[in-house]
Design a protein around this ligand. Sequence first.
Ligand code: 5AD
Ligand code: SF4
Length: 472
Amino acid sequence: MSSKRVYIKTYGCQMNVYDSARMADSLAPLGYSQCESAEGADLILLNTCHIREKASEKVFSELGRLRALQNAAAEEGRRLLIGVAGCVAQAEGEEIVRRAPQVDLVVGPQTYHRLPGLVTRALAGEDRKALVDTEFPTESKFDFLPEESASPGAAAFLSVQEGCDKFCAFCVVPYTRGAEVSRPVVDILAEAERLVKAGVIEITLLGQNVNAYHGEGPDGREWGLGRLLRRLAEFEGLERLRYTTSHPRDVDAELIAAHRDEAKLMPFLHLPVQSGSDRILDAMNRRHDAAFYHRVVEQLREARPDLALSSDFIVGFPGESDRDFGDTLRLVTEVGYAQAYSFKYSARPGTPAAGAAQSVPEAVKSERLAMLQQLLNEQQQAFNRKSVGQRVPVLLERAAKHPGQLVGRSPWMQSVVVEAPARLLGHLVDVDVLEAHPNSLIGRVVTLSEGNDMNVVEPPQSAAGAATRAMA
Ligand code: 5AD
Ligand code: SF4
C-alpha cells in the first residue's frame, strides 16, 4: 500500500472537528496519513460550515486558492484530489461541482463512511458528477466508520446525537444535518471506554441538539441525556463530562438532577437563547419565551450553584425593533454569562426566515452587535476576575505560546496558562489563579509545601472535589 497524505481543513462547529478526525481514520486503510498543511498533500478535504453566509463563502474562496496548488501538482506529474465535505457540501453539492472544476468529490455529513469509496473511484478516473454523495442513507455512518486511531489527548469529543428537529426559522441545520438521530447507548459506552483507556480524562458529548438525546439503552428503553451522563460518570479515570449544544426546551428533570448529583459533570453550560424578546423568540420559532429560559436557568442554578452559562445570540433578526433588542440586553444583564457568542442575522437560503420582510439594516445590526458584545465582554471579564485568588482544577491540554508554559481549562471553560513542565500535559492539576485577562487566566500550579514535586491530581481522584472547594 502506497503512503499518501491527506490534509483536512475544518470550518465551523465542534461536530465538524469530530467528523474530520473520523474521516481521517476512515482513510487510513487506503494508506492516507494526515498532514498539517495543504502543500504536498495528495488529497485535500474541506470540511465546511453553512451556518452563516460568511462561513459558506469561505469555501469558494479557498477552492480558488487550491486550484493553483492542484495545477502545480499536475505540473509535477502528481494528482491532487480535492473533496468538499460538511454542511456546504450537503446544501450545495451539485452547485460546487458545477462551479468548481477542481473539486473531485463531494460528501455530505451523513455519508462519511462512503468517503474511502468515493476517493477510490475518483482515483480510478470516474466522472466527478457521479462523485457527489449527499444522501441521507438509512444506515448510520457510525456503524461503518472505523474506531478512532489517533491518540485522542486528555480531552476528547464524542458524538452522541446528530441532526435537529427544532426548525428554528433562521437555521440551516435541520436541512444540512437532517432529522435528529441518537446513537445507541452501548455504542457510546464502547467509544467512551476506548477513549478512557487511551488516557482521556474529559469527554464532551456532542450533538446539534445534544440534550434532545434519546438513544436506545441496553435495557431496550429510551435513555435521555441525564441518564447517559450518569452512566458515563461511573467510568473510573474519566474525571470530567461536558455536553454541547443544548436547547432550553430539552432541559428535563433528569438532566437537572445529573447537574445536582454528578460532580464529574462540569459546572459550565452552553445554553443558547438567541434573543431576549418574546416577539422575536416566537418569530424565530424557538418555542419558548424569555420567562421559560429564566426558569430553566434558575432550576439549573439551584441544582448546581456554581454553574456558569454561555449562550449564542442573533441580532437583527427580521422585525427586531430597538425594544426587542433592549429585551435581549436585559436578559443578558439578568442571567449573567461567563462567555457568549453573538452574530448578525444572516439570511440562509431555504430557511423560513430567509424570505421575511422587515429586514434590519446592516448598520443597525452592526450597532446592536457592538453594544451586545460590549456587555458580554464586560460580563466575561467580571467572571474571570472573580477567579483571581481561587484554587481551581485545570486539565493541562497543550503547550502554550511561550516555551515552558502549558494551557488547560478550568471547570468553567476558562483557558488557564501556567508555567509547568511538559510531563504535566494531560494531567489535572490544582492551580492558584493569579491574574485574569479577557480571554484567559494566569495561574501557578500548586506545589506541596514539603518536597518540591507538583501536586498532580491523578485519576481516579476527583477533580470535581477541588472544583467545589474552589467555589466555597
Ligand atoms: N444567522 C446568524 N446566526 C445564525 N446562527 C444560526 N443560524 C444563523 C443565521 N442564519 C447562530 C445561532 C446558533 C449558532 C451556532 O449560530 O446563534 O446558535
Ligand atoms: Fe438550528 Fe434551532 Fe436546531 Fe439549534 S435548535 S440546530 S438553532 S434549528
